[in-house]
Design a protein around this ligand. Structure first.
Ligand code: MAN
Length: 581
């Protein structure tokens, strides 16, 4: 069902040929020549109302008295007022008006020949020649636009069809290749899995040797770190004894606030300690149940933790006594207080000069398993399941004399790394190929009209500026409303109906308290792709009126016939054109 410019041609033909029929005197006033047969009396001079309800003498037609319920007996008088009056409008286009508008003192513009006012009371000049000339000019212009638009449309069709062909070919090619791309990804994955399995096996089979090597490597360091922890603990205990002594032996009669505050701080610390010890006790029971054997690394970390905890406690107690020293009442000469300050003063230089290494270097750095072999360090981009372990191991292996398992004279990259790289590459290709196939499928399956004319519009972006907003649409893409920011009005979802002249864009930004925004793009024939009007008929539902050559169709067979016919009339209101006669 195409919309064509039929009316243009019809009206042109009518205006040229009307003179032939308008001179028929037997035709009652207001009846179109095409309906002449309906207004013929029978042999007895009788005539039946057009609805068949009554038979009256033919002389009663147009006698200014309404006989027929459908008003068909008075096509040329206002007596019934319900029928239609035909103005022949010679020089322009014939038209119908309601009979109620006859002789009402108004020159109806539809009847440019003035025939609607015939009782002599109102004179309506015949302006059909002038009106017809303007209208013909307009029609000619439209015809030119249509012709040019149609020429462009034909180019669109050629483009659309060849583009569809190309897309299909591309898609076929990709689909044919996709099996081998998929296979390559599966093969490289299998190789990678095998390499990882080999590594896992190696890790398991060399576990004991590696652990022994790590044990040998870390044993002296654990020893040193443990000594540091012990040293720190000794200092911690000294502070605890000092604060215990202060708490016990300070002179309670002095009520020295500085002393009291230090003691209550110390009490809080003891409380916290108690809680921690209880928690640890619970955890210890669990550990014992599991009978865990700690690795060298775990023991090293434990010694470091012990050093850290002791140092933290020293810091806290140091601070408590320091604050007391700053504020205590010297006049009291409380021996317990003075004793605590003495301990602080003795320790302070060691702590304050370098609080981080008062127990020598506080934490001994834990070396890599491969300390001493930095030459073969590799940094794979993708670590894979065991990549991280592998790297550490690879470094460590050389240290403990197992390096040959990982590197040969001719191989510069690890087997896993190579397998991983190959897999990454193949799976990326697989992903890209799938993506490309989906993209092409989407294009191939988009409805660009029965002859592909609309393919040319894909991604063409057009805009329409009005006072508040600029409206845009990228055809088959997204429509937007722009002001200081962009609001999505929806993306292309479908054609409306089967005329291929109205597109729907849906799923735009949700309207406050309303629906998601959407757009209807209605297309009419024009030589350019442009939006000619935008409105918002209902809140957040927009209407774009657009011109495009894509809807400038060839004139249909009917329209061609129309243009050659000498017999076309204006269509009687309420009737389809083929219902006539
Ligand atoms: C914005 C615009 C309008 C719309 C209102 C609804 O102002 O998108 O077009 O009507 O929101 O709240």
């Amino acid at each position: 069902m195409r919309i064509t410019c039929i009316p243009i041609v019809i009206t042109l033909a009518l205006s040229l040929v009307h003179a032939n029929v308008a001179t028929d005197n037997k035709l009652p006033r207001g009846v179109a020549p095409s309906r002449a047969k309906m207004y013929t009396p029978d042999t007895k001079g009788q005539w039946a109302c057009l609805d068949g309800s009554k038979t009256i003498p033919f002389t009663a037609v147009n006698d200014d008295y309404c006989d027929c319920p459908d008003g068909s007996d008075e096509p040329g008088t206002p007596a019934c007022g319900t029928g239609y009056f035909y103005c022949s409008n010679i020089g322009h286009t014939p038209a119908y008006i309601k009979t109620s508008r006859l002789n009402d003192g108004v020159c109806d513009p539809e009847c440019c020949d003035g025939s609607d006012e015939f009782d002599g009371r109102t004179h309506c000049p015949n302006v059909c020649e002038q009106v017809g000339a303007v209208s013909r000019k307009e029609r000619e212009k439209l015809e030119r636009v249509h012709k040019e638009g149609n020429r462009i449309r034909k180019e669109y069709v050629v483009y659309g069809q060849s583009s569809k062909k190309k897309l299909k070919e591309q898609l076929d090619k990709l689909q044919a290749a996709s099996a081998s791309v998929k296979q390559a990804a599966a093969d490289t994955k299998a190789t990678l899995d095998a390499a990882n399995a080999k590594l896992k096996e190696y890790l398991e089979s060399t576990k004991l040797e590696r652990e022994a090597a790590r044990e040998r490597q870390l044993a002296p360091l654990i020893e040193q770190q443990t000594q540091r922890a012990e040293h720190a603990n000794k200092i911690k205990n000294l502070f605890r004894t000092t604060l215990d002594d202060l708490k016990e032996n300070h002179n309670k009669n002095f009520h020295d606030m500085a002393v009291k505050s230090t003691i209550s701080g110390y009490d809080e610390y003891l409380e916290e300690l108690k809680k921690q010890e209880e928690d640890e006790k619970k955890n210890d029971t669990k550990d014992k149940e599991e009978e865990k054997v700690q690795s060298a690394l775990e023991r090293m970390h434990a010694a470091q933790d012990a050093t850290y905890d002791a140092k933290k406690d020293i810091g806290l107690m140091f601070q408590l006594i320091k604050e007391m020293k700053e504020k205590y009442n010297t006049e009291y000469n409380d021996e317990a207080v003075l004793k605590a300050i003495k301990v602080l003063d003795e320790f302070a230089p060691t702590w304050e000069d370098s609080s981080n290494d008062f127990v020598g270097e506080e934490f001994i750095e834990i070396p890599d398993e491969d300390a001493g072999d930095k030459k073969e360090e590799v940094k794979p981009e993708d670590k894979g399941a065991l990549g991280e372990v592998y790297n550490r191991l690879q470094k460590g292996a050389s240290k403990i004399g197992l390096g040959f398992l990982f590197k040969g004279p001719k191989v510069s990259k690890s087997e896993i790394e190579i397998a991983q790289e190959a897999y990454n590459k193949a799976s990326e290709e697989e992903r890209k190929s799938l993506e490309e196939i989906q993209k092409l499928e989407k294009k191939v399956n988009t409805d660009y009209g029965p002859d592909e004319a609309f393919a040319k519009l894909v991604d063409q972006c057009i805009e329409f500026k009005e006072i508040e907003y600029t409206y845009t649409v990228c055809l088959f893409g997204e429509a937007k409303q722009k002001s200081h920011s962009d609001t999505s009005l929806g993306t292309f979802s479908s054609w409306e109906g089967d005329n291929y002249d109205t597109q729907l864009y849906t799923g735009g930004a949700r309207c406050w308290n309303g629906p998601e925004r959407s757009v209807k793009v209605m297309m009419t024939c024009g030589t350019e792709n442009k939006i000619v009007a935008v409105s918002e008929p209902s809140k957040c539902e927009y209407l774009y009126k657009m011109e495009t050559p894509a809807v400038c169709h060839d004139l249909s067979e009917d329209a061609k016939d129309d243009s050659n016919s000498n017999l076309r009339e204006a269509v009687y209101p309420g009737k389809k054109k083929h219902d006539e006669l």
